[in-house]
Structures are given as structure tokens and as C-alpha cells.
Design a protein around this ligand. Structure first.
Ligand code: SF4
Length: 289
């Protein structure tokens, strides 16, 4: 729980605040950009208190999603409306789960609801209210793990829903050696007619993206949007395996059609069409050469 005594001095006065335990994961700035900003000290802070009920609800969603419980509300108001907001529908059948885990550095996770069985992409905190709501939406058939860094809590979700965990063999560690479906090699693998696992080595050796309905690309830490969602972005600073391979893997994505990039960290990016997404991806790749 956030502590008022640890409140960062940059916060504007009012109901919400961020304390010194912030790890700068960017979650709150993506969930409630009207309220949270990034300070010169590279931590989040409340730049503006909510103006209305909708912004207050977003602030409570950020409070719930924050992986380190670094966001507080003066008087410790109950965060029911933030809890109830997750999973948050981003598009028909695709939701953001909130409830980020500190052990995955606040990584985003997503729920895909589909007739052939639901998919959880990466792993939210195994919080009881979220697990209950995911169960009410049909549970999980597949748990797709994009890479080794964002898997904290995977065993709890697998045990709760008896789902099949999918992960690239090159990223399996002692923690994930029990995954039911390791993927080998560099060729895309069709998990179902509407689900394609695409190996994208670079950020880690076994990074994979998941393409759903040729529309949604769940990209892990391989490819992301800027925080404000205005452009695509790839980070050399957090490339742990091979930057040359990561750029090659970005080029490979030009072979695929999609309109959304839903990453593990930073912002989401939505293009107006697959052609517009391709142009933006080409721009990014050219900027990296
Ligand atoms: S979500 Fe929490 S840890 Fe992440 S940037 Fe915001 S306050 Fe910091």
C-alpha cells in the first residue's frame, strides 16, 4: 500500500499521489495519462488531479494496475471501481488485464476471448478478483508467454485454469521447464487458424509474438508503441540478447498483416489500416539502420 509519508514532492496536491517506491514501469501513464506524468527524476507522479468521474475511475484503474502499490489515495478510498474495470475491453474480444506484477516489471497482459478457447498473453498478478472475472469470461485455454522476463505467476494461472502454456524453447528456464507446449526453431507456428506464434529473437533469444486474426500483434518486449501511442518504438537499451537479431526480427514482421501492436511495456500502437502499420514499421526499421 502506498504511504502518504513517502509521497513524492512532485505530486500536485489532492486526492491521488505516487510514493517513492515507484519503479517507473509506465503503467499508470498509459492507463491514466491525464493524471500521471513522468518527473525529471524518472518516476511517475500525479501531474493533475482528476477533473471528473471518468478521470477518477482511470486513476483508480492505474492504482490497481500499479505493480508496486506505489499509488495512493488520501484517506485510502476503496478502489472497487478500479478493480471492477479489469479486464478492460480494448477492442471486441481483446482486453487489457491490469493487475501488473512487480516481478515482471509491470508488464502488460491481455485476454483474448474467442470461440476456440480464450488466450491469456503474458501474466498478470494472480489476484482473486481478476481470476474470478477471467473465469466468468470462459477461463483460459492457452497461456502464451512472449519471453522469459514476463512470466511471474504463470504456474498459478495454469493451475487455476488447467491451460496449456506456450513458450519458445530458447527462453525456457528452470522456472518454466514445465510449459506444456515449447516451440522450437524460427518458423511461425499456427496454434489455431486465427492464432500464429511468430519467433522474434532479439530482445531475448526465445522472444515470440502472437498474431491474432491478422489484426492484433501481441509483441512482448520486441516492439512497442511510444507512451503516447503516436509511433512504434524498439529499445536497444533493453535488448538482452542481440540487437542485430532484433532488427532482423522487426524486418520479418513486414511479412505479416496487422493493425494493432499490444506490447508488454510502454504504449500500445494502433494504425488506421494494415498498410499504415506497414509504413510505420518501415519508418521505424529505417530509423534503426
Ligand atoms: S504504475 Fe506504479 S510503479 Fe509503474 S510508473 Fe506508475 S506509480 Fe510507478
Amino acid at each position: 500500500m502506498a504511504r502518504l509519508s513517502e509521497r513524492l514532492p512532485e505530486n500536485v496536491p489532492g486526492e491521488f499521489y505516487v510514493d517513492r517506491t515507484c519503479i517507473d514501469c509506465a503503467t499508470c501513464r498509459v492507463v491514466a495519462p491525464e493524471v500521471f506524468g513522468r518527473s525529471g527524476a524518472q518516476l511517475s507522479y500525479v501531474r493533475r488531479q482528476p477533473d471528473d468521474a471518468a478521470q477518477r475511475r482511470r486513476a483508480f484503474m492505474a492504482l490497481v494496475a500499479c505493480p508496486t502499490a506505489s499509488i495512493g489515495s488520501v484517506g485510502c478510498q476503496p478502489a472497487h471501481e478500479g478493480v471492477a474495470a479489469f479486464p478492460e475491453l480494448l477492442a471486441p474480444s481483446v482486453s487489457y488485464c491490469g493487475f501488473a506484477s512487480e516481478h515482471s516489471f509491470g508488464a502488460s497482459s491481455y485476454l483474448v476471448e474467442r470461440e476456440g478457447g480464450n488466450v491469456l498473453v503474458d501474466v498478470p498478478r494472480p489476484a482473486a478478483p481478476l481470476m474470478k472475472r477471467v473465469g466468468e469470461r470462459g477461463g483460459i485455454d492457452l497461456l502464451f508467454l512472449t519471453h522469459r522476463d514476463d512470466v511471474a505467476g504463470h504456474a498459478r494461472w495454469q493451475a487455476r485454469f488447467d491451460c496449456t502454456r506456450v513458450m519458445h524453447a530458447d527462453d525456457v528456464t528452470s522456472d518454466t521447464r514445465g510449459v506444456e507446449r515449447p516451440i522450437a526453431g524460427h518458423e511461425p507456428v499456427a496454434l489455431a487458424p486465427d492464432l500464429l506464434a511468430i519467433p522474434v529473437p532479439g530482445h531475448t533469444k526465445g522472444s515470440m509474438a502472437l498474431l491474432y486474426q491478422e489484426t492484433f500483434l501481441f509483441s512482448g518486449d520486441h516492439l512497442m508503441g511510444t507512451e503516447d501511442g503516436s509511433a512504434l518504438y524498439a529499445s536497444r537499451g533493453v535488448c538482452w540478447y542481440s540487437w542485430a537479431d532484433q532488427v532482423r526480427s522487426l524486418e520479418r514482421l513486414l511479412d505479416f498483416r496487422f493493425e494493432w501492436v499490444l506490447p508488454g511495456h510502454e504504449g500500445r500502437f494502433r494504425a488506421s489500416s494494415p498498410a499504415a502499420m506497414r509504413r510505420e514499421l518501415e519508418r521505424l526499421i529505417a530509423s534503426l539502420r
